[in-house]
Write a protein that binds this ligand. Sequence first.
Ligand code: BGC
Length: 719
Amino acid sequence: MAADDHIGALLARLSRPQKLALVRGATDPEGIATGYLPGVEEAGIPPFRLVDGPLGIRAEGQRATAFPSSIATAATFDPDLARRHGAAMGREATALGQDALLAPGVNIIRVPHCGRNFEYLSEDPVHAGAVGAGLIDGIQSADVVATVKHFVANNQETHRTTVSAEVDEPTLRELYLPPFRSAVDAGAGSVMTAYNRVNGIHMSDHERLVGDVLKGEWGFDGYVVSDWYGLESTVGAANAGLDLEMPGVAAPGAAEAADSETEGGDAAFEWPDGIPDATRAGLFGDPLADAIDSGEVPADRLDDMVRRILGQMDRFGRLDSDQTAAEGGETDDDTGELDSQRHRDIAADVAARGTVLLDNDGVLPLDDGADVAVIGPNIDEPKLGGGGSSETTPIHSVTPVEGIESRAEGAVTTAFGVPQIESVSLFDLLPFVGEDEEADGAAEDTADRDQSLDDAAEAAAAADVAVVFVRDATTEARDRESLALPGQQDELVSAVAAANENTVVVIRSGGPVELPWREDVAAVLEQWYPGQADGDAAAAVLYGDRDPSGRLPVTFAPENEYPTVGDERRYPGVDDEVYYDEGVFVGYRHFDDADVDPTYPFGHGHSYATFEYGDAETTGEQTVAVPVENVDNRPGREVVQAYVRPPSVAGVDRPARELAGFEAVQLDAGERQTVELALDDLAFSRYDPEDGWTVDTGTYTVEIGRSSRDVRTTATVDR
Ligand code: BGC
């Protein structure tokens, strides 16, 4: 039977209450899933479980591989590696009995302070789209539904549940929607709506963006799920195109916590900023039945919701017709895989390959026999991720000290230097989460451990090389207050650099940070949040076992140079409206337009090898080829990037250049390869407010090079 007929026949057997039970989440009897649908046993529809993402599987009370943060995966500029990463997460979800993964997050990095940038991919839509598609393809290759989130314009955590992104149509079309479009084209089975509003309308109720654009124009045939407690209305959401309410049930203890805080319920309880009202649930329960009865929601809308959910269950083998309900959703031959050697390797590969060598005066790679001082307030713990729904608890992890100790042949000494940087977590902000349930990594009392700047400087002075590990602390539901490193870490780096000229700084951050000491140190590495492989990945890159082949997916610049800083209309917004007045001039598009030199541009990152570019050639309507040679005596990985400069057209204000394509290539010493790059339509088109997508006639210059500011050769394309 064709899939549609099969679903149609199944749908015909379901009663209305059964259908209603398939569009609203319920409590997972095992208490493991993030979201749960009970299924309909009589009809052979098994339970369906949704689980967080995107840094690994966050199944309640379970451990799983803690992969690097999404921004690290993006920094690899390697969609094939993203695919392997996605497949590994898919297999882990299966091993833990889960059916859909709440990942990837593909929101454009608009605000450098956003607390969730570590869960996102890029400031550029072509880049985010390509890496996101790789992740989705991988997750779904393991027969797990990928859930691309958060649709759309969820670019800050401050006021995330209420704020309206005031954004014009060309900007939405050219910047914020494309990564979701790429996800749909990659076959994502599910889309999660964002908490925020766009131009005044909550995303769960956004008929134009969810119904018309996503489902209509793009032909998305999977299901649209609300963010958790993020359903704004019954009728509005159902008619807009939302298919599944999650979690569908109030958080245990939420109502009581709200009541007790309001002293008898006189005043309205205020949820902390960034936290949705966790008592809000059941809008797709009885209220939906009533709305169908009253004709406010057409009855066939309920059928469509169910058809979409069952369609994805069927697509990924959850409705195998020869399966009995008792067998549940498990496909017979795939039990998944958890914490296997290959998953540990993938976690380590992504962490190492996503490492960006920002600066190096030659101190790196380290000599095997060098005496190393490992310094930093958190050298004895891995940097797994940021706080919130993506927190994953690993089975194994390697701290920076352990990683370096097991690789070094010289002496290794250690010093904390300054007080520990405490992790922050969304879970600490929840009024109904008890002390003992708080996230891992929450404050430990380390005040009385040995830590002084003098000890750190002494250890540095006595070693050949000082490696200082620094980090930020970010979480879902909170933005960073500043791009400066927290605590006294800047002082620590300066003190160490003054004591040893071979000072290497390894940054662990969710996005751009300021590096006031960067002229005083010998090398700087950015490792994002490396996950469980932390110390091993750091050592592999520091000692040159792995080439640091990451490139920046976000521009690094002084705080006040970003277009969202200094004008509260733009960020964090005024009266719950945030104006995207900069239009498409976000990230490198802004820095080009403002003619400001960033500290490190988008696409930047050194290799230990040296590459030479030959002359680029246009090989097709939208392809260019460029010979690249590794002229060094060591292997290396180059990320060849192509940016398109549009012709100038009177009255049209476009970015100077836009990323059109990229390709990562591994080259042995002396090896030369011609790299072919496909150029994305997006870089040629602009969205005209009157005429829609438009490609202006003229000559487009394709700049090919090592970053958005390091052009090595050009070609032209006439359109
Ligand atoms: C987050 C989502 C997440 C969901 C379930 C929400 O707070 O915004 O990304 O998937 O919770 O944990």
